[in-house]
Design a protein around this ligand. Sequence first.
Ligand code: ADP
Length: 176
Amino acid sequence: MYPDISDRIEARQGDITLLAVDAIVNAANRTLLGGGGVDGAIHRAAGPELLAECRTLGGCPTGEARLTRGYRLPARYVIHTVGPVYRGHPRDSRLLAGCYDGSLQLAVDHGLHSIAFPAISCGVYGYPIRDACRIAVDTTLAFVERQRSIEKVIFMLFSPGNLAVYQDYLARRGVG
Ligand code: ADP
């Protein structure tokens, strides 16, 4: 169904701050002023210049994304997106899909070709991993199918359990 998609999308396990891609995506909060989880790890690895640039942005609404430089990270840029706190409403999935679409669109707008996502909203924001994985993969597949300039998307999962969920679903969608 997607001829070359298996070369362009993959799931891996590990620390997203170590990836030398054009952009890593941060699961931020609306202030963009740092937090725990992957947000804290990205700010620690990037250094204080990242927080200084984030302060100039004035926050970000849920479901949208903003771009900064990567500073001391191996990634050139950080795309900060704000996932929904899971409440079990239909709106949650629209907002989460917006995080993936908005991040991918920012990458295209800035001429970036490779991007890595964490499992947005699946930590303290409580999104069930299977539902979130389906939204992440479906939204990304639809985007990269119509936008050929995105050459590589990595779903970077912190736990082996989350990686298995992504690998199963990617296989069901005919990827990998
Ligand atoms: P949210 O507030 O959007 O739920 P969290 O940071 O709490 O964001 O969690 C999002 C996901 O990121 C979780 O699955 C968590 O295990 C994972 N995570 C935490 N640190 C890292 C990291 N360094 N690299 C990749 N994923 C990470």
